[in-house]
Design a protein. Structure first.
Length: 293
């Protein structure tokens, strides 16, 4: 059907096509090719652990921050914190959706890029979708209701975690932005001539940290995690609003799938690609035109 020369898509046919695509088992990776940002040794480790990489997937979200939010105020900047949480949630949802399209069970090695700007917050998540080679989800009976997991652990750490009886269940995020209280005129005069603690920034940083860590732990519990590993934090004043400080924390929520934690015996590995080049100082040519040795 066409309207003014433009073709209108058949929504019913598109929905049917999408349903048939999801119902059709994914072809083996050797039949359709693999796109991955994993290194060679990480891909081999995954195969050794019974997993295979499928495709490079991405989730992006840009959420606006209302005008005037960063002006002077007191307490938490809740609108900015809410915008950050919404951006992360939307990007993670898109990432899981792309993982589901390639019939993946989860995403590993996710690179997290978060940019807090004056009027919007940008979040970009990029990783490699993976699945068990035997098709059996290690989450067992809960797999049917579970969403694809998202993890910023490397393939090495993912493999080591699985050997110990644990599995990632999702990204845990927490962010908080707080106004630094105004200084009195007397405090400002003292701080210009002395080495003295800026208590207003100290208090704001502690407040932002406690709120962000609590949010991260809460998000880990929401996805069924029992803990968070590989936590990374960013903190400090906003570059465009020096009177406001922010604290962001994120990591991978994990859950014990085995009956008990399995001890992983450490193994000694000797790398053969040492980038440090050693040499004897006497082998260098001297400034006086001496003979090369």
């Amino acid at each position: 059907m066409s309207i003014d020369g433009a073709t209108t898509p058949d929504v019913r046919a598109e929905m049917l096509k999408g349903a048939q695509s999801l119902a059709t088992p994914a072809p083996p990776s050797n039949a359709r090719g693999i796109t991955s940002d994993l290194s060679v040794d990480e891909a081999l480790l995954l195969h050794a652990a019974g997993w295979e990489p499928l495709d490079l997937v991405c989730g992006v979200a840009v959420v606006s921050v209302p005008v005037g939010v960063w002006n002077w105020g007191r307490g938490a900047i809740s609108l900015a914190s809410d915008a950050h949480d919404a951006a992360v949630d939307q990007a993670a949802r898109q990432l899981r959706g792309e993982c589901g399209k390639v019939h993946g069970h989860g995403v590993v090695g996710v690179r997290v890029e978060v940019a807090v700007r004056t009027h919007h917050i940008d979040v970009e998540l990029v990783g490699t979708a993976v699945r068990p080679m035997d098709g059996k989800d290690p989450r067992g009976a809960d797999a049917a209701q579970a969403m694809p997991f998202v993890s910023d652990l490397s393939a090495r750490d993912f493999t080591l975690l699985q050997r110990a009886g644990w599995i990632p269940v999702g990204l845990a995020f927490g962010a908080s932005f707080v106004y630094a209280p105004r200084r009195t005129a007397g405090a400002a005069m003292k701080q210009t001539t002395q080495n003295i603690e800026l208590t207003n920034y100290t208090q704001a940083m502690y407040s932002a940290r406690e709120s962000a860590m609590e949010k991260m732990q809460r998000s880990a519990l929401q996805v069924g995690g029992q803990g968070v590993v590989e936590v990374k934090v960013t903190e400090g004043p906003m570059s465009f609003a020096r009177h406001a400080v922010g604290f962001t924390a994120w990591g991978t929520a994990v859950r014990l799938m085995a009956d008990a934690h399995q001890f992983v015996r450490p193994e000694v590995v000797l790398p053969l690609d040492d980038a440090v080049v050693t040499f004897e100082a006497e082998s260098l040519r001297g400034g006086g035109g001496g003979r090369r040795r």
